[in-house]
Ligand binder design. Structure first.
Ligand code: URP
Ligand code: ZN
Ligand code: ZN
Ligand code: ZN
Length: 471
């Protein structure tokens, strides 16, 4: 099976140029011009950009959380991702203290196998560093190809791990070749502040934000950075929302630490006032960390542009407004945390970032695809338009203006945080491993064609990247 994409403008993390792409089977076999058209399916990309498929390093699909389960599962979540131009996700596999890691991983395979529209992989949550966990970790890396571990510094009595666990995870990750990810908020302080708010009768959604101050995120981010330096290890801070956290990451990077930061579309474009909406509508905007004062958005865009932050995750974690967010109608601490973002991640970054002149096209590709592929051991198979890479490609028309709405989105959840927002640019065609899966606003793929990816160890794909860029 041969496909040729003609007349488009190829955009990678480093270059922008006109060329045709020849795809044979699942991979890109040549980039150039004058390919014979006779025995190939030809896609005309005139007037469009061709991006490498998006890599979303942060999703929660089919995940139990806050007394319920996320609305989007591996089928609806990955299909919606594809509509938005994302062709690879890395989802968080939750574990339980005292239970084998192997059991948790099997459970996540059961949720996803045969159900995904695009390729996927897993990060693994570490809640404790027991002897059993230490014994299992080499298997997790060697056999499962799970080369990133997630530690929560918040959600006391649910997911939160102590500093000893974080430190030991950092040491072990260094030894085994994995990247440690942290949710950096001071869970103990937040626990104190939320109890105090409830005792004062402060139950509305806005108190979710007011009890999770920027200092709690800045402090935890700084602590995680210091512990990483002490362990000479490597760290990736997820969903950075504020200046206090950005400063800590930038300072640690300047000092030479191997530390990376992710932010999300919601923190770049929405602010704390969303949580003040009447009739409990503020609950739609309950994320942790919370949405911040507007001034933080400039800091985040600036950090993306100048390299202080390097990736965009969706933190997809969707709950219906009706019946799920409503669990917290009398008590903000019972509102399930998270929102639907997997579909609009790239759209928001293009429209608010590239079209508004805050980042350039190549930076857009880097932060939505290439950098995450490099950090999480997927590059150059993913996140790259190069010979031998998977033909995961997005044909993107920058001239179309469209309106985001839950009426037309493909996530299962009953609202969209960007309802009514006009965005510039639209995904026209998406290919996953050489097959067209999105065209004419329809899903053309086969659910189950998305397969599990075992990832390279941390640093290995950076070395691969260096070699690939060199040849
Ligand atoms: O509110 C959020 N972010 N929900 C998802 C879980 C997490 O903390 O990433
Ligand atoms: Zn042209
Ligand atoms: Zn988190
Ligand atoms: Zn998350």
């Amino acid at each position: 099976m041969k496909t040729i994409i003609r007349n488009g403008i190829i955009v990678t993390a480093s270059d922008t140029y006109e060329a045709d792409i020849l795809i044979e089977g699942e991979q890109i076999s040549a980039i150039g011009s004058g390919f014979p058209l006779s025995d190939a399916t030809v896609i005309d990309a005139e007037g469009c950009y061709i991006f490498p498929g998006g890599v979303d390093p942060h999703t929660h699909l089919d995940m139990p959380f806050g007394g319920t389960v996320t609305k989007d599962d591996f089928t609806s979540g990955t299909t919606a991702a594809a509509f938005g131009g994302t062709t690879t996700i890395v989802d968080f596999c939750l574990t339980e203290k005292g239970k084998p890691l192997n059991k948790a991983i099997k459970n996540w395979h059961k949720k996803s196998k045969g159900k995904a529209a695009i390729d996927y992989s897993f990060h693994l949550m570490i809640g404790e560093m027991s002897d059993e966990v230490l014994t299992e970790l080499p298997m997790v890396i060697e056999e499962e190809g799970i080369t990133s571990f997630k530690v929560f510094m918040a959600y006391k009595d649910v997911f939160q791990a102590d500093d000893a666990t974080l430190f030991r995870t950092l040491l072990k990750a260094k030894e085994l070749g994995a990247l440690v990810m942290v949710h950096a908020e001071n869970g103990d302080v937040i626990d104190y502040l939320t109890k105090e708010a409830l005792a004062n009768g402060q139950t509305d959604p806005i108190y979710h934000a007011l009890t999770r101050p920027v200092e709690a995120e800045g402090e935890a981010t700084g602590r995680a950075c210091q512990l990483t330096a002490l362990a000479s290890s490597q760290l990736y801070v997820v969903h950075v929302s504020c200046e206090e956290a950005v400063k800590q990451i930038e300072r640690a990077r300047r000092a030479g630490a191997d530390i990376w930061g992710e932010t999300c579309p919601q923190y770049l474009t929405l602010d704390i006032d969303e949580l003040r909406k009447p009739d409990f509508e503020g609950a739609k905007y309950v994320w942790s960390p919370p949405l911040r004062e507007k001034k933080h958005q400039d800091v985040l865009w600036n950090a993306l542009r100048t390299g202080g932050l390097q990736t965009i995750g969706s933190d997809q974690c969707s709950f219906d407004f009706k019946g799920q967010k409503e669990l917290g109608i009398d008590d903000f601490t019972k509102i399930p945390n998270g929102g639907p973002m997997i579909e609009d991640r790239m759209s928001i970054l293009y429209s608010e970032g590239v079209a508004e002149g805050k980042i350039n096209l190549n930076q857009f590709v880097d932060v939505t695809s290439t950098r995450a592929a490099k950090l999480f051991g997927l590059y150059p198979k993913k996140g790259s338009i190069s010979i031998g890479a998977d033909a995961d490609l997005v044909i993107f028309n920058p001239f179309v203006v469209r309106t985001i709405s839950s009426e037309t989105h493909h996530m299962k959840v009953d609202y969209n945080a960007f309802e009514g927002k006009q965005v510039k640019g639209a995904v026209e065609v998406v290919l996953s491993k050489g097959k067209v899966i999105i065209q004419d606003n329809e899903y053309k793929g086969t659910v189950g064609d998305g397969t599990y990816i075992k990832r390279a160890k941390y640093g290995q794909s950076l070395r691969n990247a260096a070699i690939a860029e060199h040849v």
